[in-house]
Design a protein. Structure first.
Lengths: 557, 263
């Protein structure tokens, strides 16, 4: 079918649809035409028009606000150290890597995978509850208004290039995120969890937000020079993917959100019942398709799984059938359009109705104005408070200097046996007749678990010359005990526990990890201490068997 | 400057800038692969700089191009009229409700039936293809032995090599179905319209839409929201007490190097 034929069919269908739905108010349409004609008469100055055009929309301001609020630890970008405080108990609603130096909240998708891969089977409750709550409150409205990575993509899309518009092909491609959700977020992490190996597959192999905000954010700072040692195939792959996604975002609107993001898909399932979002007044709809045409996402109809509730369709709807849900709470109504919010007849009557005997009611517009002022002031205060607290009041533990060549700190590390933590301790300084390999690990940490067999092999092969001490990071003791009993019951590794208490205060400076030069809570970390108690090697990140064996052989010579 | 000239200028500028951006992206990718293949271990900031310094020209061009684009937007194009995208399937369904197909002539009826059969068979074929792809993928993905956690990266590569063709075939089947069904809808719509044009307007009825049961919907919505809210809050409270919240904190304040792609 030729384009002309198709367009003629569209026109005819359009007119036909209009005819079928007689209830469309023709006078309303006339009004729209009138106003547009009136607008045409007034031709504003080009510069003023340009200024108006580049003026950020309300949505952009909210996006910038939320991006700043969720990354309020701005000093992290200069110090290269991630925020390690208690607000990370909470999840940000959008994708925002928790290893980003600025992040002050956890990433919901990362936390979900962590919960699924974790050893405690019951812990997924919290994150499922959080996801349900966010979904119920806002659905994919979060993607359109709050997600920092969505904002990044939209800013790239603003670059003045020809754009690839949506088509049937992109609509089909949008099903890819279902595959990613099922495979990378659920099946693979759960399968590896059965092997007691935490593999957050989406974060590890796909998430571009993790690479851009987390990895690049940390690597760009000289303080984290030691991280460069770790770069390998995974980073290369993720960097390539990130560059590809960024380049694609210049030409395709929200490339990642539309085709790859599993979090958006999860939220999308709640779009119909969420409190915030977009709603369509079906009786008013004439199926003209202008909303679908205007929308840059792959929606089939307004408010479906793909809809991010940006509200751009509100302006183009000739019958004003589309509006924001929860408008009274969000104060948005149809305000995204340049027209002033319409006052309903009921509201009008409220304003006018000052009949005898009744106290005159405060006009709705005035109430609205007061409420708006209060809300905006509270939000501004929240942001300023967050910026002041995270940047000036909260202090992260200081990074220790490079300790290679210095005498190791001695500390009594409580040891595990098959029943859990015991009162027996191990002090490196009191056991210097052998070389000591100290490994800091955690059952939650994939690479830590993956490299433990190397340490086991080292402990067996050099059992006369080397002591391997694996210090478990601060997590539930039962988790570590079960893990050790299952996999390392007959191992030559000595398993101990780092010092911090169970309440989550793991950033105390007396933690052995921090005393031995650990910074940024980067796991795994390995130190090799010689027979004189002097630290000879310090590895941040995974270490191979060959590297360990070579260092030990050199010390034994 | 006339709108036509301006439109041309915007187009040419956009194409040039697109080329620069794509070239810059490719340069980044090539440099990254070169660094990885160079065999230098461990990486240092200086060695990475020496590789990336070679792409400084396209990067600068890219930045200049972006700034130029901002200047160009001082001369905006007139907005084009939005043309609605009509979902032919939806329109057809609505029209079918208004007209009685059996009143059409036998030739039209036959053609309409043919189109419907075509769509039915296409959909069945698509569902079959999808089921086969999903089953094959799941057989592989749910087999524990395919993920022995010995060399996770190569296990993932193997899994992708196996599952990716299934994904491509599945998406291809959906795409083919969408194309076939859409053209079928268009053909049927043309037939229906043809018979509509001969029929009197009255046969369409008064055009009133089926009014949905709003009260029932609202009640359902309220119930669903309340249920979700209660479940969410209960889960969160359980999570706080069973250590789920502490788990989120532990993961968030520690950097798992592999999890953010550092390796």
């Amino acid at each position: 079918m030729s384009i002309n034929e198709r367009s003629s069919i569209h026109d005819e269908v359009n007119s036909c649809a209009c005819a079928i739905h007689d209830e469309v108010n023709s006078s309303q349409n006339d009004e729209i035409i009138d106003t547009s004609e009136a607008k045409k008469e007034k031709k504003p100055n080009r510069f003023v028009a340009w200024l108006k055009k580049i003026k950020p929309s309300k949505r952009k301001i909210v996006q910038l606000y939320s991006a700043l609020l969720f990354n309020a630890n701005l000093k992290g970008f200069s110090t290269g150290v991630i925020y390690q405080g208690n607000t990370k108990n909470l999840c940000a609603p959008g994708i925002n890597c928790y290893s980003c130096p600025g992040a002050v909240a956890a990433c919901p998708l990362g936390s979900l995978q962590n919960a699924l891969t974790g050893q405690d089977k019951s812990t997924a409750f919290y994150i499922f509850g959080i996801l349900l709550l966010y979904g119920f409150l806002a659905g994919r409205w979060i993607c359109g208004w709050l997600c920092p990575f969505g904002l990044i993509q939209e800013l790239f899309y603003k670059i003045k290039t020809p754009k690839l518009k949506k088509s049937k092909f992109t609509r089909v491609l949008s099903y890819l995120k279902y595959v990613i959700l099922v495979l990378f977020v659920f099946i693979i992490p759960l399968l590896y969890a059965l092997r007691n190996t935490p593999v957050p597959a989406f974060c590890k192999y796909i998430c571009p937000a993790g690479t851009l905000e987390g990895a690049m954010g940390l690597l760009s700072n000289k303080v984290n020079e030691s991280f460069l040692r770790m770069l390998g195939p995974i980073f290369t792959w993720k960097f390539l993917l990130m560059v590809s996604i960024i380049v694609a975002s210049v030409f395709i609107f929200r490339f990642f959100c539309r085709f790859l993001c599993p979090l958006g898909l999860l939220y999308g399932f709640f779009n119909k019942i969420s409190i915030f979002g977009i709603k369509l007044d079906k009786p008013k709809c004439i199926d003209c398709g202008k909303c679908i045409s205007k929308c840059k996402m792959d929606i089939k109809h307004v408010g479906d799984v793909e809809c991010i509730s940006c509200g751009e369709c509100i302006d183009v709807c000739p019958t004003k059938a589309i509006s924001f849900k929860g408008g009274k709470i969000s104060l948005l109504d149809n305000e995204i359009s340049s027209q002033p919010p319409a006052v309903s007849s009921q509201q009008e009557s409220e304003i006018i109705d000052t009949s005898e005997g009744k106290k005159p009611k405060m006009p709705v517009a005035r109430k609205r104005k007061i409420f708006k002022s209060v809300l905006y002031s509270a939000l501004a205060a929240l942001l300023v408070g967050a910026l002041v607290y995270f940047n000036f009041i909260h202090k992260n533990p200081e990074k220790a200097d490079n300790l290679v060549g210095t005498v190791v700190e001695g500390m009594d590390i409580p040891l595990y046996d098959e029943n859990g933590l015991t009162e027996n301790t191990f002090n490196v300084l009191e056991n210097t007749e052998k070389i000591t390999v100290i490994n800091f690990w955690g059952t939650w940490c994939g690479p830590c678990v993956a490299e433990l067999p190397h340490f086991d092999e080292i402990a067996s092969k050099y059992k006369d010359d080397v002591t391997v001490l694996a210090v478990h990071s601060n997590r539930l003791n039962s988790t570590a005990t079960d893990f050790i009993n299952q996999y390392y019951a007959n191992s030559n590794i000595i398993f101990g526990k780092d010092f911090a208490n169970e309440s989550g205060k793991i950033t105390d400076p007396e933690v052995y990890y921090t005393l031995l030069g650990g910074s940024n809570n980067t796991y795994p970390m390995t130190l090799i201490v010689d027979e004189y108690g002097i630290i000879r090697a310090h590895y941040v990140g995974s270490v191979t068997y060959e590297e360990l064996a070579s260092d030990i052989e050199n010390l034994l010579k | 400057m006339s709108q036509e000239k301006l439109r041309k200028l915007h187009l040419i500028y956009g194409i040039v800038l697109s080329c620069i951006i794509i070239v810059t992206g490719i340069c980044f990718i090539v440099s990254c692969v070169q660094i990885y293949n160079s065999g230098m271990r461990p990486f240092t900031r200086e060695s990475i700089y020496t590789h990336f310094i070679s792409i400084v020209v396209p990067v600068i061009l890219c930045i200049v191009g972006i700034i130029g684009g901002m200047v160009l937007s001082l001369f905006p194009l007139e907005k084009q009229k939005i043309k609605g995208i009509i979902d032919t399937g939806v329109i057809l369904n609505k029209m079918s409700r208004k007209i009685d197909i059996s009143k059409c002539d036998s030739d039209t009826q036959e053609k309409i039936q043919k189109e419907r059969k075509l769509r039915l068979f296409t959909n069945i074929f698509c569902i079959d293809a999808l089921v086969v792809c999903i089953v094959i993928s799941l057989i592989y993905a749910l087999n524990k032995n395919n993920f022995p956690a010995v060399s996770i990266n190569s296990e993932m590569v193997d899994a992708m090599l196996f599952i990716l063709p299934c994904i491509i075939v599945g998406l291809g089947a959906i795409y083919a179905t969408v194309l076939i069904c859409n053209s079928s809808y268009s053909r049927e719509l043309a037939l229906v319209k043809k018979s509509l044009s001969t029929a009197k307007r009255e046969s369409l009825g008064d055009g009133a839409q089926d009014v949905p049961n709003n009260r029932g919907n609202e009640r359902f919505l309220l119930g669903a929201r309340l249920t979700l809210f209660v479940i969410a809050v209960t889960f969160i409270i359980i999570g706080i007490f069973n250590g789920g919240m502490a788990d989120v904190l532990y993961k968030a304040i520690n950097i798992c190097t592999e999890c953010i792609g550092l390796g």
